[in-house]
Design a protein around this ligand. Structure first.
Ligand SMILES: [Zn+2]
Length: 251
């Protein structure tokens, strides 16, 4: 077993194991040496309870999922959410431009519109994750050089594991699955739906960053806000490029 492969869900201290097997069917949950509480109480819990706690943005549930499980669905989840978001935007665009003219019908059924929308959505996600990760990486480097820990609590400035942080950002965007009902049902209230879903996803993203780096809420919120700013900039730039979604590729 890898030493210190797990984390205590209560205090984020490293732990070598979550439970110990005493044979004859006797298992005992490991107690954290730092806080004297079970290292990971969630190993006994039903997945639904864990999901509810994750929806409530509890740090313990986030630590369990991000540190103590090998949940490896972040890429599939990411592609699924991107497809849903792209379809929603594409269908809204399609509906807004519905026309009875035969030429328009042919034009609007072109697949490239969907693919380009998917590309824009993927680009926005890349901008969000890239900016947030860059900011956090630079911030932790600066903190390490200066030796001060203004916004980072805990005994040490934890080095940024970019891979782990990226996985956390993608996994914590699971709220985008809520786009599925918005896709299935009406689009009339999609701006409100999208806004609420966005707020929930950003809150989860912020909590995931906070858990991974053991940092303050202020730092994680700043990273998320910068990511959102970059995402909005990319979105605006793409809107200004008429050949992407409006007029088709240049002849
Ligand atoms: Zn502990």
């Amino acid at each position: 077993m890898v030493k210190d492969a797990f984390r205590c869900v209560e205090c984020s201290e490293k732990a070598a194991e979550l439970h110990r097997d005493y044979k004859n069917g006797i298992l005992k949950i490991t107690i954290c040496e730092s806080c004297q509480k079970p290292v990971d109480k969630y190993i006994e819990y039903d997945p639904v309870i864990i999901l509810i706690d994750a929806i409530l943005c509890k740090t313990q549930a986030f630590r369990h999922i991000l540190f103590n499980t090998s949940l490896n669905i972040h890429w599939k989840l990411c592609v699924f959410c991107l497809l849903c978001e792209a379809y929603l935007r594409w269908s809204v665009l399609h509906g807004a431009r519905r026309s009875s003219h035969p030429a328009d019908i042919i034009r609007y059924t072109r697949e490239w519109e969907f693919y380009s929308t998917f590309g824009v959505v993927a680009l926005e996600l890349a901008a969000f994750c890239g900016t947030a990760l860059c900011f956090l990486w630079i911030w932790v480097q600066v903190q390490g050089v200066r030796g001060v820990q203004v916004w980072v609590r805990g005994p040490e400035v934890r080095p940024v594991d970019v891979g782990l942080l990226f996985r956390a950002l993608l996994l914590s965007s699971y709220g985008k699955v809520l786009l599925v009902p918005a896709v299935i049902w009406e689009h009339d209230y999609s701006p409100l739906c999208l806004g609420l879903i966005k707020l929930f996803v950003l809150t989860s993203n912020s909590q995931a960053i906070r858990v991974i780096l053991n940092c303050s809420r202020r730092l994680s919120l700043t990273a998320v806000c910068l990511g959102l700013l970059a995402e909005t900039c990319v979105s605006r730039v793409c809107e200004k490029l008429p050949w992407i979604l409006q007029e088709g590729p240049p002849p």
